[in-house]
Design a binder for this molecule. Structure first.
Ligand code: FAD
Length: 410
């Protein structure tokens, strides 16, 4: 692990800081300081500013509208944006730019790159992810959403509310072993065969959805990689989903811990020995997160790609976050039962930088943190990956040999 940045990092950092100073309003405190509607309007406008100034999709090659930034510059950019409390894009850009865009760059044909990438950048196409099914969450390879070629189109026989495109894993050949008959398809959502039903979450919000496909259609050439060869494409995408947090998480969780300590002070709990001990434990864990981040970044800056080690970071932040938000609720005591003030704007990870230290913020994040150990792969699945792929332990016994159509009946 190398804890220092090379000198050229500072030159780029100054450039990003100058851009932020020029484009953010005076007295900017972070997007969390805005009300929900104001924050949504700011994000939309900010995304346009990023697009016009070349700060979106910065890792993409220049010919596809990116900036071809070096890994070091990408890391500095992510750090400075997180410190300033501004988003790196719009709400669907994690799916559009980070996941499917990067995957198209790696696996797509030239026509697919020319068609889809500019539309992702301009915001015309907003993406969501259709991976999990009721019997294929952790066991993703078991997916059953069936697609068949009918002439020139694929047809189905079996943060979606903001998206107009979905990337889906489909069972295109049930007669071969389960990982071999999957195709990765790009599907327009604006058609009668696709129905989006919001799921009400424990927090009362509806930030994710069920998507139903009934005779939905997409053109034949909207398959990424080979037909029936979608599993390798799907795994590439998961690497992008799980990998990028090393630079930003330590900053986000440090900010949140500072708010937590302020909360303890406000509620007169800093003399309580048990609370003090739990705050110290949280401090230790955030420091460990920082070192884990440095280890991942060192490997990344030396040319490595986010691999199974990203699972260590995923388990660590998601389990830490349940502990730190439980501590917040214990500090709040009865105030936590009657939350007041501004709830978090998003169901994912910490509240936004600059958010007021309200009981509604902590109660919302406490509830949302329950999902952190489920989405993007549960803690148990991450531990299996760490055991098998990082530590080299024996693989889990499997009972699903033979064709998918046979093994799915077992
Ligand atoms: C807030 C939220 C947002 C989401 N967003 C999306 C999205 O945008 N797109 C999308 O496609 N999906 C999304 N998901 C779905 C998510 O990927 C799945 O919920 C997740 O992969 C777990 O699958 P499951 O819910 O089917 O649980 P199951 O796979 O049924 O697991 C149930 C329990 O069994 C354990 N388990 C299962 N297999 C093993 C094993 N082999 N060894 C040990 N333990 C095991 C699990 O850890 C878990 O505790 C989202 C989920 C949440 C909660």
């Amino acid at each position: 692990m190398d804890v220092r940045y090379p000198p050229e990092a500072e030159t780029y950092r100054e450039k990003v800081q100058a851009f932020l100073a020029e484009h953010l309003p005076a007295n900017w405190q972070g997007i969390g300081a805005l009300g929900h509607e104001e924050a949504a309007a700011f994000t939309e406008e900010w995304r346009t500013t990023l697009y016009e100034n070349g700060y979106l999709a910065v890792s993409w090659p220049k010919e596809y509208g990116g900036q071809a930034l070096s890994p070091l510059e990408q890391v500095i950019l992510a750090e400075e944006f997180t410190k300033a409390g501004v988003p790196q894009g719009g709400p669907n850009d994690v799916f559009g730019i980070q996941m499917v865009g990067n995957t198209i760059i790696q696996w797509g044909t030239e026509e697919q790159k020319q068609h889809f990438l500019p539309r992702i950048l301009s915001g015309e196409d907003r993406w969501c992810q259709g991976y999990s099914e009721p019997n294929a969450g952790s066991d993703l390879g078991n997916l059953g959403c069936k697609a068949e070629l009918d002439g020139d189109e694929w047809v189905w026989t079996s943060a979606g509310h903001l998206a107009n495109w979905i990337f889906v894993l489909t069972r295109s050949d049930p007669s071969v072993p389960k990982h071999k008959g999957i195709s990765f398809l790009l599907v327009p959502m604006d058609q009668p065969g696709i129905e989006v039903r919001p799921i009400k979450m424990i927090s009362g919000e509806s930030e994710f959805n069920e998507v139903f496909f009934t005779d939905a259609r997409t053109p034949k050439d909207h398959v990424i990689g080979e037909p029936n060869g979608g599993w390798a494409v799907a795994m590439t995408l998961l690497g992008y989903e799980r990998g990028e947090a090393a630079a930003t998480n330590p900053i986000r969780y440090r900010n949140e811990l500072d708010r937590l300590i302020a909360l303890a002070r406000d509620h007169g709990k800093t003399d309580d020995q048990v609370i003090r001990q739990r705050l110290a434990d949280a401090h230790i864990k955030v420091e460990i997160m920082r070192y884990l981040g440095m280890r991942a970044l060192t490997a990344y800056l030396q040319g490595g790609h986010p691999g199974p080690e990203a699972s260590i970071s995923k388990v660590y932040w998601s389990e830490y976050h349940q502990q730190s938000t439980e501590l917040a609720m214990d500090i709040l005591g009865l105030h936590g039962l009657v939350p007041t003030g501004r709830p978090p704007a998003s169901a994912f990870q910490t509240d936004d930088p600059g958010a007021p230290n309200d009981s509604a913020s902590w109660a919302g994040v406490f509830l949302n943190a329950r999902a952190g150990t489920i989405y993007a792969g549960t803690s148990q699945i991450q531990r299996n990956i760490i055991g098998e792929m990082v530590l080299g332990l024996p693989k889990e016994p499997r009972a699903d040999g033979g064709s998918w159509s046979e093994s799915s009946k077992r």
